[in-house]
Design a protein around this ligand. Sequence first.
Ligand SMILES: [Zn+2]
Length: 329
Amino acid sequence: MSQVQTVRGPVESAELGRTYMHEHIFVLSADVQANYPQEWGDEDARVADAVQKLNELAASGVRSIVDPTVIGLGRYIPRVQRIAEQVPDLNIVVATGCYTYDDVPFFFHHRGPALEAVLGEPVPDPMVDLFVGDITDGIAGTGVRAGMLKCAIDSQGLTAGVERVMRAVSKAHRQTGVPITLHTHPGSQQGLAAQRVLEDEGVDPRHVVLGHSGDTTDADHLAQLADAGFVLGMDRFGLNLETTFEARADVVVEMCRRGYAGQLVLAHDTSCYIDWLAPGLREFIPQWHYLHIQQEVLPYLREHGVTDEQIETMLVANPRRVLETVAPY
Ligand SMILES: [Zn+2]
């Protein structure tokens, strides 16, 4: 038996059930929100809205989500705790890490490896101990322990800041055995750049989800990453801006046809509220909500030859296997 850390405490991995591996609750620009809270509005109303949406998700049969909202995305665990108390049928796994496509946050600019040129010797990255502390001691005194590590690489590629976070996340992973979720940009094949750093850090790709893999329709590229051992996050269902519903679903169908159902996980990457979008913009992406997979994606997959067994593998067995913490290595 293996336990997974959730907002309400540890649960047996066998009890995770259907799991969406990448769903936010709130994505917030913390600095902006602290100073211009008008759009956010009433805290109680926002919490009540999230409680309602997440209870609807639980009622649809989903038992667990991973919320990869980390530094750079406005993580605030006391609010998530308040919500989790009112969503008793849904496990929420939270994450630690840092979300950037280019530089590290200014907080880290003149710490750790940034000082090596001046000091002339290796300086450990303080990010590693912060991430490990979130996993072993809990986050900011809440007692909530992170169950996943998060970093990102986007179309800018492996910038110095992106590489630094990726190496810190890799080290924290090997010290704790907690898995990694990695925002990628498959259109520019950044998974391959990430692979080089992860390999150099000795990370076993079976413990890494390459997020947003479903943003591409290039099944050959995805097969290459899966063959290397990675888990692929087909995790932006409903975010059909530069792609379509059919394109996202068809690449899952194709990957299942090729025998990769054992390495795919599903999600929407949606949220109850994200302050990156102007009011009204979400009306242009009407399928980007927590129920889209259940209501539209799964029926489409079944109609196109994906079996119930493969769906259960993607929704239950794969998330469970990924989230089970392994021994440090
Ligand atoms: Zn996300």
